[in-house]
Design a binder for this molecule. Structure first.
Ligand SMILES: Cc1cc2nc3c(=O)[nH]c(=O)nc-3n(C[C@H](O)[C@H](O)[C@H](O)COP(=O)(O)OP(=O)(O)OC[C@H]3O[C@@H](n4cnc5c(N)ncnc54)[C@H](O)[C@@H]3O)c2cc1C
Length: 383
């Protein structure tokens, strides 16, 4: 694996990035490459255990250090570069990294100093796992429909209800939970809570997925939390959730680019070596057209993502840029990985092969943290 396979050097050379980003890309690319062989044989039959081990490895190696309240926070371009390299090499590593990041972002941006000091050092060390529990069986895209109830009780609240599709839900030590406190109508009646997953009444049930991931349904039965568990302001839970999701949107685009660059690289190598009609697949015009199309989409996705991350770091209005980057990069990545499978022919579908795994891994990016349709609505609203 060379640096130019994971990242586009032409995009990284743009003034949208500085030397610290180029050094970081080099370092995370090398760190992942050093583990590529071990990760290729990763046992994913028990994604929860594997995710725990990956989190610990990320923590030990310092890739989560910026989550610690005493360390400088990361900019969004750096988050994107890390996710791109992790996704290029191992889906579960990227997944764990991103969920740890999402949970910590909610605490960093909306927590009190006490909450930060209590939860962030463990998340930064990779010794504690976080989860962001927003979705429910009856509330996915429409988070204002959340019904999990937090009833005031003495000096605290009692939580009852169900969350579902929760990444790292089955391994989490701390969970950010969006709950209905009824302080106002609809979206104004929601509050975010920090819940210790060891609290009596909390139960996590793993959910199997198209690609192995630590993923769970969470049940809250009379889960008691103190008033110090409120994250942000009462009645402002949806603001906390949307702030964190919006900040993460460009990083999902970056992960999509990582998966897609891997698919492209596999397809290119295969086309260059696979013999056909007395030559190679790369001699065939339609195969060349497919490869060229993949390359163009990768360039466009990388540029859109760099623009979104740069705008966020510069403190500019970025909502439309982030949505555009996520929509384009995740849709394009699906098409690129599909084209890679096509170039491999039957070999691309062999269970456990890199292309077959990519094909399953890339699908969820068009659904989580804003489905493509919801993001199209956001872009249309901004026109
Ligand atoms: C791998 C993965 C990990 C996840 N991790 C988490 C997690 O950690 N925490 C968490 O809280 N949730 C998580 N989710 C859930 C995710 O956030 C939801 O799946 C997502 O918000 C969509 O909600 P839904 O699945 O209920 O679909 P629905 O909201 O029911 O949508 C169904 C379909 O309707 C479309 N639709 C919805 N609204 C509109 C609209 N306004 N206009 C047009 N079409 C629309 C959607 O695009 C979709 O195609 C995860 C999901 C996946 C796949």
């Amino acid at each position: 694996m060379s640096f130019s396979q994971v990242f586009d050097p032409g995009v990284l050379a743009l003034p949208l990035f500085d030397d610290a980003h180029r050094t970081l890309a080099d370092e995370i690319g090398q760190w992942c490459a050093d583990r590529a062989e071990a990760w290729a044989n990763l046992d994913t039959t028990d994604p929860a255990t594997t995710a725990r081990a990956l989190l610990a490895e990320l923590g030990r190696s310092g890739w989560l250090r910026h989550l610690d309240p005493d360390q400088p926070d990361s900019d969004v371009r750096s988050l994107c570069l890390r996710r791109q390299a992790l996704a290029y090499h191992e889906d579960l590593a990227d997944f764990s990294y991103s969920i740890q990041e999402l949970t910590a972002a909610a605490i960093t941006r909306h927590g009190t100093d006490r909450q930060r000091r209590r939860h962030l050092p463990g998340l930064a060390a990779g010794t504690s796992a976080g989860a962001l529990a927003l979705s429910e069986p009856g509330a996915g895209s429409d988070l204002a429909a959340v019904v999990l109830e937090a009833t005031p009780d003495g000096d605290g609240f009692v939580l009852n209800g169900t969350k579902t599709w929760i990444a790292q839900g089955d391994i989490a030590d701390v969970c950010v939970v969006l709950a209905r406190t009824g302080d106002g109508p609809g979206p104004l009646g929601l509050t975010a809570f920090l819940v210790d997953c060891g609290t009596p009444g909390f139960k996590a049930e793993p959910i199997g997925a198209i690609a192995p991931r630590s993923w769970a349904e969470l049940t809250f039965t009379d889960v008691r939390v103190g008033s110090d568990a409120v994250l942000g302001e009462r009645g402002q839970g949806l603001v906390v959730a949307l702030d964190v999701l919006e900040r993460a949107r460009a990083t999902v685009a970056a992960a999509a680019i990582g998966f897609a660059r891997r698919g492209f690289r596999l397809a290119l190598d295969h086309a260059r070596t696979r013999k056909a009609y007395g030559g190679r697949l790369t001699d065939l015009q339609l195969v060349r057209s497919s490869l060229a199309g993949m390359d163009v989409k990768l360039s466009a996705a990388s540029l859109l993502t760099a623009r979104a991350a740069w705008a966020m770091d510069a403190g500019l209005d970025h909502a439309k840029h982030s949505s555009t980057a996520k929509l384009y990069a995740t849709e394009a990545a699906g098409e690129i990985v599909d084209s890679a499978v096509q170039i491999f022919g039957a070999a691309g579908l062999v269970s456990g092969s890199a292309t077959e795994r990519l094909y399953r891994q890339i699908r969820s990016l068009r659904i989580y943290e804003g489905s493509s349709e919801v993001i199209e609505m956001t872009i249309a609203d901004a026109l």
